[in-house]
Design a protein around this ligand. Structure first.
Ligand SMILES: [Fe+2]
Length: 205
C-alpha cells in the first residue's frame, strides 16, 4: 500500500497574508494536516492486518477522524487564494457566471451568503467545519456544518472552512467572528465554481 501523502499548497505560505498569517499556514499544513495523513496511513495499515470484526470496528473512529481530516484539509487549501485586494491573486472575487447566479438564487446576494454562513458556523460548538454545498437532489446551494473532522457527505462540497481553533487562534485569538469575516477575502471562487459545475454535470454525485 503506497499510502496517502501531504499535498503541496498551491501557493506560498505567506500568500494569504494579511488575512491568514504565514505562521498559521505553516503549522496548519506541515504539522496538523501531516498528522492526519500519518495517522490515516497507520489506521489503514492496521485495518488491513486486522483479522476479526472486533479489531476492524475498533479502528473505525481513527479512520473517520483522520480520513476526514485529510479529505477536508485537502479541499480547504484549494478553497483559498491570495486576495485580489492585496494584488496577490483572485481571492475574494466572485466572477459573473453560474456560481454567482446560484448564490443569488439561493441567498439573494453574496453578502447574504456570507452573513448566513458566518452566523451558522460561529455557532458550531467545539471544533468543526462550515460548508457551502450543493444539494444533489434539489440542485440548490445550502449551508451546512460538520463536527470534528467529519467530511460533508449529504451535500457536494463547494466551499469548506476550517473552524478549528488551530485555523485562527494564533492570529485572531478567541474572536472567531473576525476570522470568519477575514476569510472571505481569500476564498477562491474560481475553484468553487469549478466544483459547482462539475457537481451539476453529475461527475461528483
Ligand atoms: Fe485544520
Amino acid at each position: 500500500m503506497s499510502g496517502h501523502t501531504l499535498p503541496d499548497l498551491p501557493y506560498a505560505y505567506d500568500a494569504l497574508e494579511p488575512y491568514i498569517s504565514r505562521q498559521i499556514m505553516e503549522l496548519h499544513h506541515k504539522k496538523h494536516h501531516q498528522t492526519y495523513v500519518n495517522a490515516l496511513n497507520a489506521a489503514e495499515q492496521a485495518y488491513a492486518k486486522a483479522s476479526t470484526p472486533k479489531e476492524r470496528i475498533a479502528l473505525q473512529s481513527a479512520l473517520k477522524f483522520n480520513g476526514g481530516g485529510h479529505i477536508n484539509h485537502s479541499l480547504f487549501w484549494k478553497n483559498l487564494a491570495g486576495s485580489k485586494s492585496e494584488g496577490k491573486g483572485n481571492g475574494g472575487v466572485l466572477p459573473e457566471g453560474p456560481l454567482k447566479q446560484a448564490i443569488t438564487e439561493a441567498f439573494g446576494s453574496l453578502d447574504n451568503l456570507k452573513k448566513e454562513f458566518n452566523t451558522t458556523t460561529a455557532g458550531i460548538q467545539g471544533s468543526g467545519w462550515g460548508w457551502l454545498g450543493l444539494n444533489p437532489t434539489t440542485k440548490r446551494l445550502e449551508i451546512s456544518t460538520t463536527s470534528n473532522q467529519d467530511p460533508l457527505l449529504t451535500l457536494v462540497p463547494i466551499i469548506g472552512v476550517d473552524i478549528w481553533e488551530h485555523a485562527f487562534y494564533l492570529q485572531y485569538l478567541n474572536v472567531k467572528v473576525d476570522y470568519l469575516n477575514a476569510i472571505w477575502n481569500v476564498i477562491n471562487f474560481e475553484e468553487a465554481e469549478k466544483r459547482f459545475t462539475e457537481a451539476l454535470s453529475g461527475s461528483k454525485l
